[in-house]
Every structure is written in C-alpha cells, then in structure tokens.
Design a protein around this ligand. Sequence first.
Ligand code: NAD
Length: 366
Amino acid sequence: MISSVSDSITTSFDLFSDLENNDHEQILFCQDKSSGLKALIAIHNTVLGPGLGGTRMWTYAKEADAVRDVLRLSRGMTYKASISGLNLGGAKAVIIGDPKKDKSEAMMRKFGRFIESLNGKYITAEDVGTTMKDMEYVAMETDHVVGLPEVRGGGGDPSPVTAYGVYMGMKAAAKKAYGSESLEGKSIAIQGVGKVGLHLVEYVHAEGAKIYVTDIFDTGVKVAVEKFGAISVPTEDIFSLDVDIFAPCALGAIINTETLGKLKCNIIAGAANNQLENEQEHGDLCKSNNILYAPDFLINAGGLINVFSEYNGYIREVAMAQTEDIYNTTLNIFDHAEKNNVNTQMAAIQLAEKRVNDILKMQSTY
Ligand code: NAD
C-alpha cells in the first residue's frame, strides 16, 4: 500500500528534484482519517527567521497540483519577507478539500497540532479558503498562528495595511516616472474594488487623483462612485483606458501579452499576487513598453508586515510605519533594475535573494 502511494506521487513528477530545484528545506505531509485532513506544509527557507505563510484550502484536481502550489507559494513568501526587511522565512500550507463542505473544528485543530509539531519553524495565517474563525481553532492547539481578530490580541483584517503599502509603492513609481511622488491629477484605473482596492481608492482620492474602477460585483463599485467620485467602467474596458497608472487589485496573471497590447499607462502598481503571467517575459515586455512595474510581492507586503507585527504584541502604528518603508524599497529596486539592466520584478527577486545569502554568510561564524 505504502509503495502505491509514493508511486502515485513520483509518477506525476519528481518530488525531490522539485524540492532541490527550488531550494526547499522541508515539506510535511499531514493526514488525519477521522477529520479528513489532508494537508501539506512547505518550508522554503528559514535563514532569516521562522517561515510565515497562510494556509490555503482548495479543491485540487490532482494531489500533485497541491504539492506544486505549496512549493511555489512558499518560495514566494521567502522573497516577500526578505525584500520587506522582515526577519522571517518563507513557508506556506495547503489543505486539500472544499472549504465550503469539508471543513470542521476537528480538522482545523488537528492541523494546528501538526503546526505545533514543527516547534515554531512554521507560523500560519489565513489565506484563500480559510478564515479568521479557522485560525481561532488552529490557535487552540498552537501559538504559531497570526492573523487573529483584534479582540484576541491580533491585528484583525490586514487589507487596510496592504492598501497602504500599495499606495506607497505607487507613489514611489510616480516619483521615478514623473519626478514627483504626488498623485494629484493623475488618472488611475483600479481593477477590483474589494477589501484592498476600496481602501486604495480612498488613499488616492484624498490626493486628488482621477479614479476609474471596475469589478464583477457592484458593492465596491457603488461605494467608490458614491463616496469617492470614481468613474465606473465595464470590466473589459479597464485595460484600454488612457490613464497614468493601472492598479490590478483582483486577479493574478493579469499582466500578459494580451493585456500589455492594450495598456496605455506609464505605471503598473497594484495589490494582486503574481500579476505577471511570466515574470521574465512579461516583466521584460513592461520594460520595453516603457511601463514601470512596481513588483507585486513587495508593494502588497503590508498584509504580511501586519500579521508579523502580532508576534511582538500588535500595534497598528508600528505596522503602518514599517509598511511606509515600501516607498524607499521600491525606489531602491528601480535603481537596481536600471543599473543592472533587468526588469523590475527580476531586480526585486535578486535583492531578496541577496539579503538571504548575505545573512546566511553572516551566520557562518558564531
Ligand atoms: P477581495 O476578494 O476582497 O477583492 C477582489 C475583488 O476583485 C472582488 O471585489 C472581486 O469581485 C473582484 N474581481 C474578481 N475578478 C474580477 C475581474 N475579472 N474583474 C474585475 N474585478 C474582479 O480580495 P482583496 O483582499 O481585496 O485582495 C485583492 C488582491 O490582492 C488579491 O489578488 C489578493 O490575493 C491580493 N492580496 C491581498 C492582501 C490582503 O491583505 N487582503 C494581501 C496581499 C495580496
């Protein structure tokens, strides 16, 4: 029986080659028959500190897809923490299942016990398919969980802090592209006015920007229009507007050959994760189209900064001050990209890797 399980994994892809290629430290497979838990915790790199990354619950078509997802996402967390100057490593967890049907208190608490077994090497938080309530169950079994409600000493919803970081990254991009960080009079197209997008609308409205918004649901659009004077446009029109800045705050892989053929903006700066369909190809295409791309994993790091602040006793002002530094880091990345003739996403990755390697060398002697 055991050999048939391992065969089904190795026939899909070579697990250890994947771990080796991405330099992962550890992957933990967790199963519990009675609660139906099937989870994976991937720890990519703990040179800078314990690996922090949310727990995603998703109905993966194949188990191999869950493994690939957790490996990809945990590596991204190493970069995000490193470039943000946090003493945190990269890790992520996935639970295989339908978050609407398969979840239970027992499942989340059992998952918490697996996290506890890692002795603080992995810290979890909520992600797609998990909620603050789930994290409260996890917290019954382990202290290594962040993103708890304010009443429980946590930082609550991280979206306002994420939006503030995106706003800082956008201002840095304006400084680089126009010589001034001011967004007054700049036209900004925001795709997705959900939790982050709507806070971003508020920030850029306060500076006097002209705002266009789109969403597949009306709720956020209505608030943006009525409260902040935004102009609502159909979802398919958001790419071809003649604007200064495009802010993707909805979906990943939204910057691709097709959309770059339509975009007329000078700057892309938004909250969505993994905006570039292909980091090298589409990062290069932004560069050759004279579009300044503010790296997503840096400018949307406010949420991570916010949850990490919980570890030292949460103070919102401290999280906001650290998030403000995204402005300077974004400018450093633009300089590095220019000096080394690489696209801005690759520049951010290089600087994130450099910090990990520098600290690793520093630790080589007692
Ligand atoms: P959200 O679900 O509250 O908002 C996303 C919005 O995008 C929704 O209103 C949705 O209707 C809309 N949308 C979906 N598909 C769309 C489409 N095709 N066209 C237009 N609108 C569409 O999510 P959020 O928390 O605001 O996060 C937004 C993005 O930022 C996500 O990609 C998320 O992964 C990323 N992010 C969020 C945080 C955070 O703190 N919330 C942190 C880091 C990254």
